[in-house]
Design a protein around this ligand. Sequence first.
Ligand code: SME
Length: 152
Amino acid sequence: MKSIDKLNSYQRIHTQWSGLFDPNVPLISNLSNASALLYKELKPWWVGFYLVEGDDLYLGPFQGPVACTRIPKGKGVCGSSWEKQATIIVPDVHKFPGHIACSEISNSEIVIPIFHNGDVWGVLDIDSADFNTFDEVDALELEKFCASLTFK
Ligand code: SME
């Protein structure tokens, strides 16, 4: 996607999300709509949430093909993002040590940790069938998006 198209997509995402997000419904309802909105606008191979429970991440709302259901802390891109509390951009998943391949189609990936009171409660994971899909624009815009995923 060209940079200008990418920025337009994120603009549409932020605008629609401000109308869709409802702080008065359960988190799972907001995450379900969030994954559908990101899937529609970014057209990735896969987009979804993994949610922290104990020492593992468990599959949450997503759009795309079936995926692995449990990822231990520190494992794969998702578990590493949680452990490092940092966004991870992976231009080529085949070169990421310990990458967990839920699908052979995926070639690049971005994972953003989501915080509440300083603790990570989940991650947003987006997979692309192309190499080198995600950059700093995605990181910044998706971090902004994830910061809006609040709950009581
Ligand atoms: N590739 C991820 C696993 C989740 S799937 O991509 C949906 C990882 O390495 O953590």
